[in-house]
Design a protein around this ligand. Structure first.
Ligand SMILES: [Mg+2]
Length: 286
């Protein structure tokens, strides 16, 4: 089938007209990478978001990111005219803080992570970032120079009743740290290890796990069947959305493969409901 025929065929079958909430993945969808020194936002992306708003659609941005603090991610999206306010922005780090606040007042949290996630906990006065017992929650994000001492301390806390949470949903990262270039172990295998050692289960905060999607839907009070997830990764954005009955739109683009999630047991992945090459094509389906 020709490209154009295929688009026409899809157009006749899919409508996003009755959708209320459009959730956008950030990296690879509305901008290339949040770490770029020179962030470039395509004016077509900003216009598309504006048009959706004009059509009465609610907009959210959802990223598994925890290496960059939430406030910085939100600041970038607002500064570039993508988000109207930080209330539209959700990162795995932000949702982890909110999840813990809902679970316990003034929770004492031990965080194994690099700066981003630490800052998320540091700047929220309703949680306490601690390095001594008692500990209510052990939170694990990306830490490329993790050490045995903190792992042992985390294990002790978990054995004494602390809840374990993984943030970011990553198997391993590829990148550079100091003089080392290569792969770095992610939050999931570290939590698997702590879970294996303690015999306790852990909570996952990050796409495709349902918790983070549920958090965004609850914030906007929208039923999954009236929500759309627009993402560039089958194994996180699309899989997670389809699991919950959220309409999934895949933006075909050159993916920034910085982190790797575990291979899905249900391969091939669920197909997206719609595939587009550029974000503005979404307006054809309203
Ligand atoms: Mg992405």
């Amino acid at each position: 089938m020709k490209e154009k025929d295929r688009a026409t065929d899809k157009q006749s079958r899919i409508s996003l007209k009755d959708k209320e909430l459009f959730i956008f993945d950030i990296e690879g969808v509305v901008l290339r990478s949040i770490d770029d020194d020179d962030i470039n936002v395509d004016s077509k992306v900003v216009e598309t978001l504006e048009k959706l708003r004009e059509n009465g659609k609610k907009i959210a941005f959802l990223s598994n990111i925890s290496r960059t603090p939430f406030f910085r991610v939100a600041e970038i999206l607002v500064d570039f005219g993508l988000a109207k306010s930080q209330n539209e922005v959700f990162t795995a780090g932000k949702v982890a803080v909110e999840y813990i606040k809902q679970r316990k007042k003034k929770a004492r949290v031990f965080v194994i992570s690099e700066r981003g996630l630490i800052v998320d906990f540091e700047i929220d006065n309703s949680v306490e970032l601690v390095f001594e017992k008692p500990v209510d929650f052990v939170v694990v994000g990306m830490k490329r120079n993790i050490n045995f001492e903190e792992l042992n301390f985390a294990l002790e806390c978990i054995l004494e009743g602390a809840e374990l949470i993984s943030v970011g949903y990553t198997n391993y990262y590829r990148g550079r740290f100091g003089s080392k270039e290569g792969v770095f172990i992610g939050d999931l295998p570290i939590c698997e290890m702590l879970s294996f050692a303690s015999g306790k289960r852990y909570i996952k905060i990050g796409k495709p796990d349902p918790l983070i999607f549920g958090f965004v839907l609850a914030e906007f009070g929208v039923n999954p069947k009236f929500a759309v997830m627009v993402g560039d990764k089958l194994e996180t954005d699309i899989k997670g959305a389809k699991n919950l009955g959220i309409t999934a739109v895949l933006v075909r683009s050159s993916q920034t493969k910085k982190h790797f999630v575990p291979p899905s047991k249900s391969f091939p992945y669920d197909k997206p409901d719609l595939e587009i090459d550029s974000l503005d094509e979404i307006l054809d389906y309203l």
